[in-house]
Design a binder for this molecule. Structure first.
Ligand code: ADP
Length: 202
């Protein structure tokens, strides 16, 4: 059986390189990976962080369930295999953005250490900024932004993270944000302190 890669000829040496593109944008490409329970505040922080970075002249792309699970990953569900494949594709897409000098802000529950480790391996640890967006399950459940927790408690959603599917506390984070203890504005400030030194040129 010939390998499917047999007739693929990488042209990475011939096309414009990452550094040239980063210099054009005057920024370094990185992935800001927000992990945490549903309702912890990933999407909210991503939106505010993106605006704050934009105002400082940085080009970003938010990746979240809305633009990934409805598009490229619309054939995937929430089984263990599909959760891995979901994150694998997201990591590969993020890598393309990073190679173009763009900062991606990724909002995915990414519930297990294995899944987050796979993303880190694909993207490369130097380009991976892991953020634990943390609020207690009780707080997330009280917020119940999308009504998913009540549906999960009623048994209408199987394998719901935090209720019937595990969320493992992240072990390799660059920063933890406690969204139950501080405002969105303070959280964004805290994020910027970690992110800015890693995306600035020079
Ligand atoms: P996720 O993307 O993690 O599922 P969302 O951002 O959709 O979470 O929802 C988080 C909810 O919590 C929003 O309604 C948001 O307004 C609220 N919230 C309250 N305090 C904070 C905070 N400090 N940071 C982020 N979200 C917060």
């Amino acid at each position: 059986m010939p390998s499917p890669l047999e007739n693929i000829f990488p042209v990475f040496n011939e096309i414009l390189g990452r550094t040239e593109k980063e210099n054009l944008l005057n920024q370094r490409g990185k992935v800001v990976w927000l992990t945490g329970l549903s309702g912890a505040g990933k999407t909210t922080l991503a939106k505010h962080l993106e605006r704050a970075l934009f105002d400082k002249g940085f080009l970003t792309q938010v990746l979240d369930g809305d633009n990934i699970r409805t598009g490229i990953n619309n054939n995937l569900g929430f089984s263990d295999t599909d959760r891995f494949e979901n994150i694998r594709r997201i990591a590969e897409i993020s890598k393309l953005f990073v190679n173009c000098g763009v900062i991606t802000i990724n909002c995915f529950i990414s519930p297990t250490e294995d899944i987050r480790e796979m993303a880190r391996q694909i993207i490369g640890k130097d380009d991976f900024i892991e953020v634990y967006v943390n609020a207690p399950l009780k707080t997330c459940e009280e917020r119940d932004v999308k009504g998913l927790y009540s549906r999960a408690r009623r048994g209408e959603i199987k394998e719901f993270t935090g209720i019937t599917s595990p969320f493992e506390t992240p072990e390799n984070i660059d920063i933890e944000i406690r969204t139950d203890l501080q405002s969105v504005e303070d959280s964004v400030e805290q994020l910027l302190q970690v992110i800015l030194p890693r995306i600035q040129c020079g």
